[in-house]
Design a protein around this ligand. Structure first.
Ligand code: ZN
Length: 483
């Protein structure tokens, strides 16, 4: 039988640069013997002194591992291709033989295939690639859509949220009909419609120190689309420990950041930000807001970097931090350097296993991205407050949100007054210490902080409205808009 033996790049020096060697053989072992007959210099690399194939050399018959087919005695057919795949220490291993593309796939990806930078080889690499998206929200939406459309063979998604009406302004994976569904179900349906040739693996969980290494392990590239610091540090550290690239993106209001962290040959997130900001200093998107189109731009850049990493083409953002200011329409690029004393990827790393990231980020009670704090502050539920107001109790309601939030919905009909959290210190003297004061915000987090601040200033008759104006809307007055 006439078969082709494909020689990997590192071994082509022993075959006179030839990529393919045509031989006559009846089974795999014979074909490999024939190759080393023709190119004797190759023999010591493929066989040990006893004449056995070295155990770091794998052979594939077409696209199947020979070990799973029956070893060296596996028979071959005319026209078969045997590919030699050696393991290579440290560097990038030769990509495993890529699966063939079907006729439908060739037609679907034709605009990729006609570009020399992608071509058939690149498209097969995409099909072979396994990418994990952490988050199916604002950044995860363009990421999922573009990576699926591009033909990334396996896309994993980690998320534990449910689609909320307020997500639809930017999370294009989900539609109006999906409100109330799990984000993963919604994402899976949408991506299967975009490209039925990709395999979607869903992980319905919150990433924690206990599960992160196991979840990330099967993937080649991890894309960070999270919205909170504990998960961001967790993803960074897990990628560093596993030796995987981490395609980073973050957004806030009108600003975005993109980079690629790869602790093997570049800086990591901890080289950039050694420690997270104290809780509360940087608001989340839920508190601070985000322009709807911004995650579209930043998430698309992450998808682009991911595809370049898979193709092995172009200059990646490793060692560079891209900053985008949408209001000024300005891009800036900063050089990132690996820090010698980085606790994860420096010379003497202290982070050698995953730690408690909630504690590291100083948010011990932090449970959900909506940040419902199980605070130790005295609380009153909206229903209790309503019945006290109906009884005519003398209560002062202080809304500590921002003026633009007040414009969306407020409790002015019940006598609420606006004192934004940032101005509470200077305006506290306006408040009467003998009065009962109910503090509220959107979901109850900022008002809990306000309560502690007033408590320290000597106020004692304080209550936090549990769940904020959102809970009031749910329990008492459904005519108020949610935001
Ligand atoms: Zn580092």
């Amino acid at each position: 039988m006439s078969v082709t033996v494909r020689i990997p790049t590192p071994l082509r020096g022993f075959t006179g640069g030839n990529k393919d060697v045509a031989v006559e053989a009846d089974h795999v072992g014979e074909a490999l013997e024939e190759v080393v007959e023709i190119h004797p210099e190759l023999r010591p690399h493929l066989y040990d002194e006893e004449g056995e194939i070295r155990n770091f050399v794998n052979a594939y018959l077409n696209d199947e591992d020979v070990r799973t087919l029956g070893g060296e005695s596996t028979p071959v057919s005319p026209g078969d291709t045997i590919t030699i795949v050696p393991s290579i220490a440290g560097g990038a291993t030769e990509a495993p033989p890529a699966p063939q593309l079907s006729k439908e796939e060739i037609e679907r990806y034709s605009r990729h295939l006609i570009m020399p930078e992608v071509g058939m080889e690149g498209q097969k690499r995409l099909k072979n690639a396994r990418v994990l998206l952490v988050g199916a929200g604002g950044l995860g939406s363009p990421l999922g859509l573009y990576l699926a459309a591009a033909g990334v063979g396996m896309i994993g998604i980690v998320d534990s949220d449910v689609v909320d009406e307020s997500n639809l302004q930017r999370q294009l994976l989900h539609g109006t009909k999906d409100v109330g569904r799990s984000k993963l179900d919604s994402a899976r349906d949408r991506l299967a419609d975009v490209n039925p040739h990709v395999h979607i693996e869903t992980h319905e969980l919150r990433l924690t120190s206990d599960n992160a290494l196991e979840v990330l392990e099967p993937y080649d590239i991890v894309v960070d689309g999270t919205d909170n610091f504990p998960t961001r540090y967790l993803v960074n550290d897990a990628c560093g420990l596993l030796g995987k690239p981490n395609v980073y993106g973050s957004i806030f209001r009108f600003e975005g950041q993109v980079s690629v962290f790869d602790a093997r040959h570049g800086p990591c997130y901890r080289c950039l930000f050694r420690e997270p900001p104290p809780p509360g200093l940087v608001p989340s998107c839920a508190e601070g807001g985000v322009l709807g189109v911004l995650p579209g731009i930043i998430g698309s850049l992450q998808a682009l970097e991911t595809i370049k990493l898979i193709l092995g083409t172009g200059d990646s953002l490793v060692g560079r931090l891209l900053l985008f200011d949408a209001l000024g329409m300005e891009w800036r690029e900063l050089k990132l350097r690996k820090q010698k004393d980085c606790p994860l990827c420096g010379e003497e790393p202290t982070v050698t296993e995953l730690v408690d990231y909630l504690e590291f980020c100083g948010v011990p009670e932090y449970e959900e991205s909506e940040m419902q704090e199980e605070a130790a502050v005295p609380e009153i539920t909206p229903t209790e407050l309503k019945s006290r107001l109906d009884r005519g109790d003398r209560i002062r309601i202080v809304d500590v949100r921002e003026p633009h939030e007040w414009d969306i919905a407020n409790l002015a009909d019940h006598g609420a007054e606006l004192v934004p959290l940032g101005t509470l210190g200077e305006r506290a003297p306006e408040l009467d210490r003998s009065e009962e004061i109910i503090l509220h915000c959107r979901s109850g987090v900022r008002s809990a902080r306000a309560l502690e601040q007033l408590h320290e200033a000597g106020f004692s008759r304080l209550w936090n409205l549990k769940g904020g104006i959102l809970a009031w809307q749910e329990e008492v007055d459904s005519s108020l808009p949610r935001y």
